[in-house]
Design a protein around this ligand. Structure first.
Ligand code: UGA
Ligand code: MN
Length: 481
């Protein structure tokens, strides 16, 4: 507002000049110069003097505003002043430029904007949390570099660089989102580099521009205090798996789906007595932050001729892990053979207690879904109800971790067909109106209960015929029961 006042003063001064000059012009124009009294001319000169003084004062103020710059920045100012006279004009007429002059040159401001835009574009391409990534960019400049990609969840999980197949390293005392992104930091850093690269190539970077770029980096270094590097709530994806010919194919497909999701820890739990180096190798290569554990099905269920409670000991092991290491976020049971649209992961992060949504089936029923009537949960649609309170599919619900921790006895029963129902019942008390309805209030299908055809194991390789060939190596990569 002060600036606005200055603007008005300057304007009125100049208009007084104009009127004085035109007044004198008309005075001389009538050819009656002798009539001009001494008093009048003194008045005119006085007006011109005051106006000139005003202009000088403004110019002086402009000069002073540039005083605090260090010598190293003078180069940029030269660049700025060489740009055009419009800079001065904008300085005079725009009160905002008074503020900008104290931060950086107008050219630098433009450069910064351009770079930030590029970076945010790059970041947005990388995922649905692109805007957050670009926001955390400034902070990224001051953070230590992480060589490998790993998410913030946990902080000490195996990553793509790890090849160990031994039990996981001691996990952190608490698994929270406070240890901000490393994956995303790395991504953001890459984005910065890309943006800088793009700038450099597209405009055949002059020395001045290089200087402007380093100024941009410096500016980022001093800004992290007011740049929010917020994280979405963490996701814990519990995936039961077991040894079979299709195992690595299933894990590869699911793993690369999860790779699109930020701030996620993948708990891969095998129904086995020991871990399989081939599984660990596959997980390492995918590069999603993971823990690989084992939880064998109890012998009595293995021996039974009836239906087996598949994946139950694995999921209960996952719940135990969360009780030990997680404090917030959301857990989801993602079987290794199902199909997932990544948008469901972004939606489930914000579930307050339990969330549900439809699951596409490859059966006659076609879908398993909560029924929503008048905006409220009003029963379930499924091919088989079987007296279940929650006749839902394993792929159709997720649970808030804090809520789980408030139900210390919640677990999955070894009861084929009733795993989901038993687990959800064990979360009681849970009212129907406390269940969040995801996927456009259950009008959309974002997860599918799919099944891969069961295959016999691969035959043994003829070692004599294929000795000293690549097939010897490949043969070791196949999972046989
Ligand atoms: C679904 C449920 O996810 C199972 O929990 C449930 O036991 C089953 O329905 C049922 O009601 O009979 P479904 O697709 O039929 O599962 O079974 P699978 O895909 O074969 O197994 C589910 C999960 O458990 C998979 O992630 C699988 O890798 C794992 N699994 C399966 C084991 O860990 N051990 C096994 O012996 C079999
Ligand atoms: Mn399945």
């Amino acid at each position: 507002m002060k600036g606005g006042g200055a603007y008005i003063n300057i304007g009125s001064s100049s208009s007084s000049i104009n009127s004085s000059v035109s007044g004198s012009g008309s005075g001389s124009g009538n050819g009656n110069g002798s009539k001009m009294t001494l008093g009048k001319s003194v008045k005119m000169y006085l007006t011109i003097f005051i106006a000139t003084t005003c202009i000088y004062m403004v110019l002086y103020q402009y000069h002073m505003s540039r005083e605090p710059f260090s010598p190293s920045e003078i180069g940029k100012h030269q660049e700025k002043s060489s740009s055009s006279s419009s800079y001065i004009a904008s300085y005079l007429w725009s009160p905002m430029s008074l503020l900008m002059a104290n931060n950086s040159t107008s050219n630098n401001a433009t450069t910064t904007t351009a770079a930030t835009t590029t970076v945010s574009n790059v970041a947005q391409v990388q995922g649905s949390f692109g805007s957050i990534q670009s926001v955390s960019l400034a902070a990224a400049a001051t953070r230590p570099t992480q060589a490998s990609s790993s998410a913030s969840v946990g902080g000490a999980h195996k990553t793509a660089t790890s090849t160990s197949t031994t039990p996981p390293p001691p996990p952190p005392a608490t698994v929270t989102s406070t240890s901000t992104t490393t994956t995303r930091t790395t991504k953001a850093k890459k984005a910065t580099a890309n943006a800088a690269k793009a700038l450099a190539t597209s405009t055949s970077m002059s020395q001045a521009q290089a200087q402007a770029q380093s100024q941009l980096d410096a500016a980022h270094k001093i800004r992290p205090t007011f740049v929010a590097a917020s994280e979405p709530p963490p996701l814990y994806i519990i995936t039961p798996t077991y040894r079979r010919p299709e195992q690595l194919a299933e894990l590869t497909r699911l793993g690369y789906t999860l790779k699109h999701v930020a701030n996620l820890l993948w708990l891969v739990i095998e129904d086995a007595n020991k871990t399989n180096p081939l599984v660990a190798h596959t997980l390492d290569r995918i590069g999603v932050p993971y823990e690989y554990m084992v939880a064998p099905m109890p012998e009595k269920y293995k021996q039974t001729k009836k239906a087996k409670p598949r994946g139950v000991s694995n999921r209960n092991r996952g719940l135990e892990y969360l009780r030990q290491h997680a404090t917030e976020g959301v857990l989801y049971f993602a079987d290794d053979d199902n199909t997932y649209d990544i948008s469901i992961f972004e939606q489930m992060r914000y579930i307050s207690k339990v969330g549900m949504w439809p699951v596409g089936l490859v059966t006659k029923t076609g879908v398993s879904s909560p029924i929503i009537r008048n905006g409220k949960l009003d029963g379930y649609y499924d091919g088989w109800i079987g007296g279940r309170k929650y006749p839902v599919d394993m792929a159709g619900f997720a649970v808030n971790v804090k809520f789980l921790r408030q139900r210390p006895h919640a677990q999955m029963p070894f009861k084929p067909g009733y795993e989901e129902d038993g687990f959800l019942r064990s979360l009681a008390p849970l009212a129907n109106d406390e269940i969040d309805l995801l996927a456009d209030e259950c009008r959309d299908i974002l997860t599918w209960h799919t099944q891969t055809k069961k295959n016999p194991p691969a035959q043994a390789l003829n070692k004599t015929r294929y000795s000293n060939t690549n097939l010897e190596h490949i043969d070791k990569l196949l999972v046989r029961p």
